[in-house]
Design a protein around this ligand. Structure first.
Ligand code: SF4
Length: 68
């Protein structure tokens, strides 16, 4: 499965936890941005540690929401 990653820019507090955990997937600008892909487990872990739940994960094939 491949995930589609969306950042809720209004919810992102820009502390960079996601980019620290998965720098190949997330980059911190004024808010977090998706810059690449990574293993599903890593992407999911980054979404789970986001303190503001600003990272939404969708199933890339079905569009079904995986997280949160
Ligand atoms: S962990 Fe969440 S709040 Fe922090 S920079 Fe990433 S998306 Fe933004």
């Amino acid at each position: 499965m491949s995930y589609t990653i969306e950042i809720d820019e209004d919810a992102c507090s820009a502390h960079g936890d996601c980019a620290d955990l998965a720098p190949e997937v997330f980059e911190l600008d004024d808010v977090a941005r998706v810059i690449g892909t990574g293993p599903d487990e890593l992407v999911l872990a980054a979404a789970e540690i986001c303190p503001t739940a600003a990272i939404r994960i969708l199933d890339g094939d079905t569009g079904e929401q995986v997280f949160p």
